[in-house]
Design a protein around this ligand. Structure first.
Ligand code: HEC
Ligand code: HEC
Length: 327
């Protein structure tokens, strides 16, 4: 057998072993009736523990006069700006979101969204600085997030466990996003390769094949699962060096957005998300600016993927260790 075949075999064995281990762990967890410490109950009491503990919400938010954080919205009743505690305030927010989106938001939908995608609605006067609480280092799982939501509802509102446990379309889309992020591996690399080819290879190279808009991912496994999952869920969070997004406005006022792939005294090349390279002469450029906080990689890729697809892609990428590079 060639060296490469032996390596593939070993990798397969490791993957198989991991599946068996994950499977038995999950069985042990569910079979154990959640009696183990650290498993939170989906209730306001459970959520209170999360809020003032693992969720680290208290580092940014106070609840009325409980807590000492001042830089983020108070989630209790506090002054004129926060006349209603969050359980009641969420009803107003839900109304606003329904008007903005044309979808029907319930109180639960608003609260799920505020945790799952904080930038969807920014509280007036605050920036998009809310932690992604289902990503590292906080890494709440879905039950912990559901518990936190019931606690928020208990602050001047109605605790609606029914809506939390039987989510609407809006909430279930967000639950999927959260679950995908907290899933640590356990995907099918074979199916992942197909998903990758369909969704990612237009922009990313693997072992010499694929587009070149984004970085080569042939050795991406070395960066770890958390890095990979964040890169897909929130591409703009950490832009790979050399792939910053630029906007060029030309003398006619036309805007082009992409990566600056060449920059000389006389010309600038911008590669757009379709891979098209557009050359500008310096004298044609009115303005060129870097868009910090935005990536050429779309941030809604996961919307087209199921949780399983996402795990599968992650499992596939965790197998990309750059070994073929030696040829
Ligand atoms: C790093 C600071 C930070 C952490 C940690 C944090 N938040 Fe926030 N949160 C913010 C900021 C800033 C806003 C306002 C911007 C926005 O609307 O996204 C906000 C907004 C909110 C809102 C919307 C409030 C309203 O008036 O509509 C809710 C609800 C919320 N956070 C709940 C939580 C919960 C629950 C946790 C813990 C699981 C948490 N936050 C952790 C910073 C944080
Ligand atoms: C439209 C082009 C485009 C598509 C489609 C795309 N990406 Fe990206 N990707 C980029 C760009 C550009 C970057 C670098 C900028 C950044 O860090 O966000 C990047 C960065 C990444 C990184 C971080 C790489 C590193 O070394 O830092 C990973 C991982 C990644 N993409 C995975 C994926 C996966 C998985 C898919 C498919 C589900 C995908 N990308 C689809 C353009 C794309």
């Amino acid at each position: 057998m060639s060296n490469a075949v032996v390596k593939v075999f070993i990798v397969l064995l490791i993957v198989l072993g991991t599946f068996l281990w994950v499977g038995s762990t999950i069985t042990a967890m569910t079979g154990g009736e959640k009696k183990a410490g650290g498993v939170v109950e989906v209730s306001p009491e459970g959520g209170e523990q999360i809020f003032w503990g693992k969720g680290r919400c208290f580092t940014c938010h106070s609840m009325g006069d409980q807590g000492s954080a001042v830089r983020c919205p108070n989630l209790g009743q506090f002054g004129e700006k926060f006349a209603l505690p969050i359980g009641a305030r969420a009803a107003e927010r839900a109304r606003e979101r329904s008007e903005e989106t044309g979808l029907h938001y319930t109180v639960t939908d608003y609260l799920v969204e505020s945790l799952a995608k904080p930038d969807a609605y920014l509280v007036d006067g605050f920036k998009n600085e809310m932690a992604i609480v289902f990503a590292p280092p906080i890494s709440l799982n879905l039950d912990e997030i559901k518990a936190a939501i019931s606690y928020l509802q208990s602050q001047g509102g109605e605790v609606d466990l029914e809506a939390i446990n039987n989510p609407s379309d809006i909430a279930s889309t967000y639950y999927e996003r959260i679950e995908a992020a907290s899933a640590a591996g356990g995907g099918d690399p074979g199916a992942g390769e197909e998903m990758f080819t369909d969704n990612c290879s237009d922009c990313h190279q693997l072992n010499g094949e694929g587009g070149e808009v984004g970085p080569d991912l042939s050795a991406i496994a070395s960066k770890g699962l958390k890095f990979i999952s964040e890169s897909i869920l929130v591409p703009a969070k950490k832009i790979t060096e050399g792939y910053e997004t630029f906007t060029v406005v030309d003398k006619e006022g036309l805007k082009t957005i992409g990566i600056k792939t060449r920059d000389t005294a006389t010309e600038v090349d911008i590669t757009t998300d379709t891979g098209e390279v557009i050359t500008f002469t310096r004298s044609d450029i009115e303005e060129i600016t870097e868009d910090e906080g935005s990536s050429v990689m779309p941030d809604d890729l996961t919307e087209a993927l199921t949780v399983k697809d996402f795990q599968d892609i992650q499992a596939f990428l965790m197998l990309q260790k750059g070994e073929e590079d030696e040829q």
